[in-house]
Write a protein that binds this ligand. Structure first.
Ligand SMILES: [Zn+2]
Length: 412
């Protein structure tokens, strides 16, 4: 059965929009998107102000934590975390996020319960665990190494996987693929929330990064690199990494290299702004590193926009419902920062729609655009986000969220 949605404004997700347009959906796919004049008729016709594709969150973590402190991961039972994550997924979908590229967390398992129809949630493409060097960003430096190694090696659910040397890097990639990873995530530099490492320093040698990328490529999977410092960004790009996450120390030369390599920046400004708001709750080491890098990150974002680097929306969102900030469902705040940093609202929408699937490289699904043959994931809106990007932050401005052609919720 066909359903037709008529809108005053149709935003396609590829940078184009029209007035008085229609989207026609049959089963789970879009069969028409264009001018209402030429649209096929349908038994059911719904009207709205604006229609656009559902949002893609390209850097999230379904980890069920309430604090921005990696140690919580160790002191919260995995079942407890996993059950929180189910609600986070529902909230994300209800707020308009119809797809999540998850770069470390329970996503590979969450995907299964969503796909089988047990619980509501977005489409999930997950990396499984994140690969890190011993002592790197994905290591809990305060734990005895024996405890850490045990967890890293023996737990399927563990979001961290420390690997050293080419052989372990290959094993790490294969382990994530084995549990259903559809993108590979590794830490190419130090981080802010880890205790002892420096965000500016490169992590993993050139040989190790090459091994990770080559192994992922053999499985047709793209690689995402957490990267703050310039050496790590450069090393990752030269090895063929598809997406640079954070990109704090991006400069002119690196921005040009990103364009040359057709790489995508996933800025995650949201997590920085949220962390600054809850500065006092961060561990002291993280607070110091946050203060040192927040301003630099803002400059890097502005530079990337100015230079025309391809950007995909990602927040680094990780907090469960009881978290004071950084909560699933607030994903669209990220777009406000892009506009403040110099992006026009249409381009901001493209980062969260048409550019989303590109972050999965060869596994990119036909999604993120209103186009014949694409997944029917749609937002029906009461207002036009091209006039005010912040309307996407409040579902009171939505008339419906539609996933796979079926309304998740609908308010007439
Ligand atoms: Zn992250």
């Amino acid at each position: 059965m066909k359903t037709r949605y008529d809108a005053e404004v149709v935003i396609f997700g590829n940078g184009e929009s029209i007035k008085d347009g229609s989207v026609v959906v049959e089963n789970s796919q879009i069969v028409y998107a264009g001018e209402s004049e030429h649209a096929p008729t349908a038994k059911t016709v719904q009207e709205c102000n604006t229609i656009m594709p559902g949002l893609w969150e390209c850097h999230g973590h379904f980890i069920g934590l309430e604090k921005l402190d990696f140690n919580q991961e160790f002191f919260t039972h995995p079942f407890h975390q996993a059950m929180r994550v189910v609600e986070d997924a529902r909230v994300a979908l209800y707020s308009g996020v119809t797809t999540v590229r998850e770069v470390g967390g329970y996503g590979v398992y969450l995907k299964r319960v969503i796909q089988e129809g047990t619980v509501p949630g977005p489409r999930v493409y997950s990396s499984g665990g994140m690969l890190s060097i011993t002592g790197g960003h994905g290591d809990l430096h305060s734990l005895p190494i024996g405890v850490w190694n045990y967890l890293s090696l023996h737990s399927d659910h563990w979001m961290f996987n420390t690997v050293d040397g080419v052989a372990e890097c290959l094993k790490g990639v294969r382990k994530q693929l084995r549990q259903g990873a559809e993108v590979i995530k590794f830490h190419a530099s130090g981080g802010v929330l880890s205790e002892l490492d420096d965000p500016i320093n490169q992590q993993f040698s050139t040989e190790e990064v090459k091994a990770i990328v080559e192994e992922a490529t053999r499985a047709n999977v793209a690689v995402a690199a957490h990267c703050h410092g310039a050496p790590g960004i450069k090393n990752a790009l030269e090895a063929g990494v598809k997406t640079i996450e954070h990109g704090t120390y991006l400069d002119d030369e690196l921005a040009e290299l990103m364009i040359e390599k057709d790489a995508i920046l996933v800025p995650t400004r949201f997590i920085i702004e949220e962390s600054l708001k809850m500065r006092d709750m961060l561990p002291e080491y993280a607070r110091i590193k946050m203060d040192q890098s927040a301003g630099r990150h803002w400059e890097a974002l502005k530079l990337a926009i100015r230079k025309g680097v391809t950007i995909a929306m990602g927040t680094d969102i990780a907090g469960s419902r009881k978290s004071p900030l950084n909560r699933w469902g607030d994903n669209a705040k990220e777009l406000e920062y892009y506009v403040k940093a110099g992006m026009d609202p249409m381009s901001a929408i493209v980062t969260a729609t048409g550019n989303g699937p590109k972050t999965l490289g060869p596994r990119a699904p036909r999604s993120g655009m209103l186009k014949e043959g694409y997944d029917a994931d749609l937002l029906l809106l009461r207002k036009n986000p091209l006039e005010d990007i912040t309307i996407l932050q409040d579902s009171a401005n939505f008339q419906a969220v539609i996933k796979s052609g079926s309304p998740v919720w609908f308010k007439s």
